[in-house]
Design a protein around this ligand. Structure first.
Ligand code: FAD
Length: 414
């Protein structure tokens, strides 16, 4: 039998795959990365259309996020987005105007959020937690939408206990930053020096201990001693990649048990800056809007998570844009409509190489994330944001950490 061509073959050139490959290459290993799309970055997807637009990840979440190490080494410029509930500038809009009682609503939301991060009780849903918490019905309405937009899942589906644990162990910090030249400058930097084959969608993984043959839809075939799989949970659920022999039952149980959410983003290019706010909560399908004012044209970004995102995705781009324009007009007044120059809606659940936005922690998740990250023999590894065990799931820094942890596990064996 021929010696495999590579020490490690990585499936997927998203953040986790690139971070893993970079670490392995730095250790002198022979590595190849196979990527289905004709671009790298996965759920980091900067579009250079009328300036810089982020279809996927937009912020570095936290002043201590692992991402900073790369930002500094690549010399990328950043700008802080001040949106936390403790800072001025978070407003609520309804019936054509910013609500005068915005501060009261914000206090209610803060009560909900602080209570949630302190929660140490049984595994109940965030929805049940909010009912038990003594906050107004409107406070609950906005808190539910806020959490759904962050998690990409409705509050009935998300575990309050898990959210609280992640909050407790997370080390990334609370501030948020844009990479003003575009998030993909970071993935471009991560990809330097790595052998990546684009437009190589993997269809079959045939493996035995210490040997993997990977076949692509374009019929190319590669061999390696080990493979690292980084495709999103949503893609695994499609079973579009076959494994022979089949992966352990506990792995597939993990795929089913970890939550995988849905999110969509709207970009509205404006002829003049919107009224001053950092974050606008609406009552529409797009729950939140924030301004991006550092490009040539002012932009408003709308965000939806959970079943609202799925509804918007299903209606198609044109209809979703119309909904978004009505949402923002309902929140700020109809004059904003005349200031909209162009619009785009970016979706993820209908993207065959993502099949959703990012993972969340549902009820009864048990040890699913750990099970997913447990190597199969010393040959097959799964990594990505969904396996992060430091409270950083569903983020770019979480994916960097997961990819690097997997590289460490491999390097410890070879
Ligand atoms: C709308 C949205 C907004 C977000 N906002 C933020 C944010 O502001 N800040 C933040 O930190 N995070 C954010 N995230 C989350 C962040 O983008 C992800 O957690 C992170 O990018 C995931 O990286 P990954 O490497 O685990 O997965 P991915 O980036 O999905 O990488 C997996 C790769 O596998 C490839 N692939 C799939 N199938 C195959 C196949 N058969 N063969 C070969 N390759 C395949 C995919 O094309 C992809 O490139 C956001 C995500 C979305 C969708």
């Amino acid at each position: 039998m021929n010696e495999p061509d590579y020490d490690v073959l990585v499936i997927g050139a998203g953040v986790a795959g690139l971070a893993c490959a970079q670490q392995l290459v730095a250790a002198g290993k022979r590595v190849i990365v196979l990527e289905a799309r004709n671009r790298i970055g996965g759920r980091v997807h900067t579009i250079r259309e009328r300036g810089v637009v982020e279809a996927g990840a937009e912020f570095i979440h936290g002043e201590n996020a692992t991402t900073w190490e790369l930002v500094h080494s690549l010399g990328l410029k950043t700008l802080e987005w001040h949106h936390s509930m403790d800072e001025p500038g978070r407003v609520f809009g309804k019936n054509g105007a910013i609500r005068a009682d915005s501060q009261t609503l914000l206090e209610e939301m803060k009560k909900a959020e602080e209570g949630l991060s302190m929660y140490r009780g049984p595994d109940i849903s965030v929805a049940d937690f909010l009912v038990a918490k003594n906050i107004s019905e409107e406070g609950r309405f906005y808190a539910s939408r806020h959490i759904a937009d962050i998690e990409g899942a409705n509050v009935e589906q998300v575990s309050a206990a898990r959210l609280a644990i992640d909050d407790k162990i997370a080390t990334n910090g609370t501030r948020n930053f844009w990479i003003t030249e575009g998030y993909n400058r970071l993935t471009d930097g991560l990809a330097r020096g790595i052998d990546i084959k684009l437009a190589h969608a993997v269809s079959d993984v045939i493996w035995s201990e210490g040997r993997v043959i990977v076949r692509c839809k374009n019929e190319n075939e590669f061999t390696a001693h080990r493979a690292v799989l980084t495709v999103p949970i949503g893609v695994l659920r499609q079973h579009s990649i076959t494994f022979s022999p089949e992966l352990p039952v506990v792995f597939w149980q993990g795929v089913d048990k970890v939550g995988f959410g849905d999110s969509s983003k709207l970009t509205l290019w404006l002829s003049k800056p919107p009224p001053e706010f950092n974050m606008l909560d609406t009552a529409g399908l797009f729950g939140h809007f924030w301004p991006r004012l550092f490009g040539e044209e002012p932009v408003l970004v709308g965000f939806s998570g959970g079943s609202r995102a799925t509804e918007l995705t299903k209606m198609g781009e044109k209809a979703a844009i119309e909904v978004g324009i009505e949402d923002v007009a309902d929140a700020l007044g109809s004059t904003i409509k005349k200031q909209i120059l162009a619009a785009r809606h970016f979706t993820w659940s209908d993207d065959q190489y993502a099949c959703g936005s990012y993972s969340y922690s549902p009820l009864h998740m048990d040890s699913a994330r750990e099970d997913l990250g447990t190597p199969v023999g010393h040959t097959l590894y799964y990594t990505g944001e969904a396996t992060n065990n430091g409270g950083h799931v569903g983020t770019v820094h979480g994916a960097i950490e997961a990819g690097r942890d997997t590289a460490d596990k491999i390097l410890a064996r070879i």
